[in-house]
Write a protein that binds this ligand. Structure first.
Ligand code: HEM
Length: 412
């Protein structure tokens, strides 16, 4: 390692230029100071592939217990409103060991790849229906018209939520994300807390119902599949895990699709290659996951003093593992800064690693593949609308475009 560069002072993931393109900074970090401390975020940032994997592979040393620590301060009114629901209980994402398995086992079953494959025809139907709604316009904002609604509808179908409530669920999801991740006015914070409670009560109703009359959906799995029959998941535990999973699944997949289209259409040769050789779509999805995934950073907490990449991390300290940086580590990926739609092997860790590996990855892969198959077939003549300004949404863990305008000549 070269002389300490104090990169922590420069690390500003929520602001440009890092927000729009963090990779030059991460390349420096991996070479100059692969594990650095950010005072602003009060966390040790881990940037090398091997170190990131080593951290998340040791849940007994680096716990997930604080992964959901709120980045904003709640007002007393917000706390009062939240007390009308079930609050922020432990769930799949912020537990370790045996406790984590209680949440994980039913979801492992609910998201089995074989089960997901049965959804393929549905995903294709929804993708084509959405394309029909804008095809004749010759232009669209693809995030709100396609990349958002596609995973949202598929995930709500998996949870067997009535699709008539889709708009309501979308509003709740947006409000909950804002409540936990964005600085808001007290009035807006209270409004979002009301959405949080309303969402919890709606899912609690579904969980009660499915406990007695289970169906073939994710909530029924959580109500009936038990890792430890002596300690089945309670209704509030099901509610919070279902809520987290709905949220985790839809935003991440939306962002991945937006980024995929931005990369591919940004270099028209890539889009053309994919339209002519759709057999490369699966490796393309993996390369988008590696090159610019939708989950950049995740928290862990050191349960005892430990060493990461030669740096001593004190007991109780927070760590931020950078999956984004790990996936550009040149010791693992040849020409790591190049996008290669046929890259193989591609051992990216965009879905995490170890016990918290993304349980929804088979679904994310299915939706992304079918979405790109449908778009390359129906709109090979598509291109980026010139002159638009491209912005990412400022969020610490997640990474995705706010909007993406596309155009094409309509072929009658
Ligand atoms: C491109 C899409 C996606 C990406 C990049 C992604 C990424 C990730 C990552 C990095 C983790 C590990 C977090 C950690 O280290 O603690 C994770 C966990 C998780 N993901 Fe995904 N995810 C995606 C899609 C989905 C979908 C579609 C669902 C479900 C509908 C989902 C549900 C979950 C859940 C429940 C966890 C927690 C698993 C656990 O803690 O055991 N994700 N995801």
């Amino acid at each position: 390692m070269v002389e300490r560069a104090h990169l922590g002072q420069e690390f500003a993931p929520l602001k440009a230029p890092h927000l729009e393109n963090p990779y030059p900074f991460y390349a420096r970090a991996r070479h100059e100071e692969p594990v650095f401390f950010s005072k602003d975020l009060n966390a040790w940032v881990v940037t090398r592939y091997d170190d990131v994997r080593a951290v998340v592979a040791q849940p007994d040393v680096f716990s997930s217990k604080d992964t959901l620590r709120p980045v904003v301060q709640f007002t007393p009114e917000t706390f009062r409103e939240l007390s009308k629901g079930f609050g922020f209980l432990p769930n799949i994402i912020n537990t370790d060991g045996e406790e984590h398995m209680r949440f994980r086992a039913p979801l492992n079953q609910a998201f089995l790849p074989a089960r997901m494959r049965k959804m393929e025809a549905d995903v294709r139907t929804v993708a084509n229906r959405l394309i029909d709604t804008f095809y004749q316009d010759g232009q669209t904002e693809i995030i709100s018209r396609f990349a958002g609604p596609l995973p949202q509808e598929i995930i709500l179908r998996l949870f067997d939520v009535p699709l008539t409530q889709m708009t309501q669920y979308k509003q709740w999801c947006d409000d909950i994300k804002a409540l936990t991740m964005s600085p808001l006015t007290p009035e807006r914070q209270l409004e979002c807390a009301r959405s949080f409670v309303a969402f919890q009560h709606a899912v609690a109703g579904l969980a009660e119902e499915r406990k007695h009359t289970p169906g073939d959906d994710v909530i029924s799995c959580m109500a009936t599949v038990h890792h430890n029959p002596a300690r089945p998941l309670s209704i509030p535990e099901i509610v919070n895990t279902a809520m987290g999973t709905i949220l985790a699944g839809h935003d991440t997949t939306t962002s991945l699709l937006g980024t995929a289209l931005y990369i591919l259409l940004g270099t028209p040769r890539l889009w053309q290659t994919l339209c002519e050789h759709p057999e490369n779509i699966s490796t393309t999805v993996e390369e988008v996951l590696r090159f610019d995934s939708s989950v950049h950073l995740f928290f862990r907490t050191a349960l005892r003093e430990a060493t990461v990449g030669g740096v001593t991390i004190p007991e109780g300290a927070f760590l931020l593992v950078s999956y984004a940086s790990a996936n550009h580590d040149e010791t693992q990926f040849a020409n790591a800064e190049q996008f290669d739609l046929r890259r193989s092997p591609n051992r990216h860790i965009a879905f995490g690693f170890g016990s918290h590996f993304c349980v929804g990855s088979p679904l994310a892969r299915l939706i992304s593949r079918v979405a790109l198959e449908s778009l390359t077939q129906r709109l090979p003549q598509m291109h980026l609308k010139p002159g638009q300004s491209i912005h990412h949404v400022p969020q610490l863990a997640f990474h995705g475009l706010a909007s993406l305008e596309l155009e094409w000549d309509v072929i009658q």
